[in-house]
Design a protein around this ligand. Structure first.
Ligand SMILES: *[C@@H]1O[C@H](CO)[C@@H](O)[C@H](O)[C@H]1NC(C)=O
Ligand SMILES: *[C@@H]1O[C@H](CO)[C@@H](O)[C@H](O)[C@H]1NC(C)=O
Length: 438
């Protein structure tokens, strides 16, 4: 007779799950994959089984030829920092890492991921921790491939997770510029607590940058971490077992003194010890060299030029100049888009679109414009890009929000879309011509 083992009902204990995503690629974004692998290590140490950790990242940095430590990643400077890449195992890497994959993983949509790919299989008793690190703008965050993730899509994803009862409590830590704009629909009783690196109107910051990106006596050549991420993780590495989520949020808020850490949603379980979600394991708070993420590419190429050896000086200067030009080209692009939207040089209209800080409510209109920039605007040749978006120009998402919120006087969503499209198409063809002439 065969023995049949049945799972006893009612004894299922709470499981822990973690979903971690780095939204960028390229060596200049070293810090995101270092943050993500550090988070992976913390999850593992805090007792989340590796089978329940789903990590998505491009995984192109550790083995990038520019990495002075091939096959290793560091999230902290010093003579002997931990190699966070050792044992860091992405479930998804390369070109398949998209916003769509992220949503399918979170909602447990097995048919939306590659065969045998991991998705969240948590249940109503489980605790889920989600961590996202990358570039963002008002209502948008980037992925290394494919379109951006909008706050509308993220809200929908979280709602589906609620409906499918995929968690008892969910904690979401998000590092991105203007990430305070990404959780507009969380409620005080939805069992989701989101903590963001910045409010809806400011950049987040890379840290251990420039002269501080030194590991074992060598400068890595890219920021090692992001300020908010490093702060919560170093707090974890250092904390005592009784530290609560609200203790951690308080500490991290104090340390992340260049932007405003905010929390959204359900705060009813803030008094739980973080070990329920993450491990507690210290590092002194050192004085950090931190760079505004929007200027990071220019800062890094400038630093590289200043520190280049004689034979590499000229090339490094060119890259620095190219980074500066790219930045002004993006400023110019949005200047022109706004002029088209305003139907000329109406100063009041132009200033209003650039300087106001309207709250995003016209989600469909904004999504449409975000998609149009993605599809129609020229791709940056040097910045990490998601279609026409990049880490720098995502700051202009606010301008599109402003336009949508004023759509009634500016001619409606279709007309707004056409203004964006027409400018981008024109630029693309000019860029192509320049390329031909060169
Ligand atoms: C699952 O993912 C696929 C591919 O992304 C998508 O077409 C489908 O609508 C998703 N199913 C659900 C229930 O969201
Ligand atoms: C932020 O905190 C660091 C570390 O304590 C300190 O060195 C720095 O001056 C602070 N920056 C601001 C703007 O308060």
């Amino acid at each position: 007779m065969k023995l049949i083992l049945l799972a006893l009902p009612g004894v299922a204990s709470a499981a822990k799950w973690a979903v971690i995503a780095a939204g960028s690629k390229g060596f200049y974004n070293y810090r995101h994959q270092a943050d993500a692998c550090h988070a992976y290590q913390i999850m593992k140490k805090s007792g989340v089984p590796e089978s329940n950790i789903i990590l998505m990242m491009q995984d192109d940095v550790a083995n990038d030829p520019q990495n002075p430590f091939p096959g290793q990643l560091f999230n902290h400077p010093g003579d002997n920092p931990a190699d966070v890449y050792a044992g860091c195992q992405p479930s998804y890497k390369g070109d398949i890492v998209t916003a769509e994959l992220f949503m399918n993983v979170l909602t447990g949509n097995q048919s939306g991921v590659p065969a045998n790919g991991k998705v969240l299989k948590s249940g109503p008793d489980d605790k889920v921790f989600v961590n996202f690190v990358d570039h963002g703008g008002v209502g948008i965050v980037a992925f290394p491939n494919g379109p951006l993730l909008t706050s509308t899509q993220l809200s929908k994803t979280l709602k589906t997770m609620q409906e499918k009862k995929l968690f008892k409590e969910l904690v979401f830590y998000m590092e991105a510029c203007e990430s305070g704009s990404m959780f507009p629909e969380l409620t005080p009783d939805g069992k989701i607590l989101a903590v963001t690196a910045s409010n809806a109107q400011e950049s987040s910051w890379g840290t251990y940058c420039g002269d501080q990106a030194i590991v074992k006596g060598k400068n890595v050549g890219s920021c090692l971490g992001d300020l908010f991420s490093v702060n919560w993780m170093e707090d974890n590495d250092a904390s005592v077992a009784s530290e609560t989520l609200s203790d951690q949020i308080k500490t991290v808020t104090e340390r992340t003194n260049l932007s405003h850490v905010l929390s959204f949603g359900d705060k009813s379980f803030e008094s739980e010890v973080i070990n329920n979600f993450e491990l507690s394991t210290s590092l002194p708070l050192t004085t950090r060299e931190s760079w505004d993420v929007r200027d990071l590419y220019v800062n890094q190429t400038k630093w590289n030029w200043q520190h280049a050896s004689a034979e590499k000086k000229a090339g490094a200067w060119e890259l620095f100049q190219a980074a500066m030009k790219e930045r002004s080209d993006n400023d110019e692009l949005f200047q022109q888009i706004v002029q088209r939207i305003c139907g000329g040089t109406n100063k009041e209209c132009i200033q209003g679109l650039f300087s106001s800080r309207r709250e995003l409510k016209e989600f469909d209109c904004h999504q449409r414009l975000v998609d149009t920039v993605f599809q129609e605007c020229p791709r940056s040749s040097i910045y990490e890009s998601s279609g026409g978006w990049n880490g720098y120009n995502m700051k202009y998402s606010q301008v599109l929000v402003n336009a949508c919120e004023m759509k009634d006087i500016l001619g409606g969503p279709l007309q707004l879309k056409e203004s964006v499209r027409a400018e981008c198409v024109q630029r693309k063809s000019t860029t192509a011509q320049e390329a031909v002439i060169v």
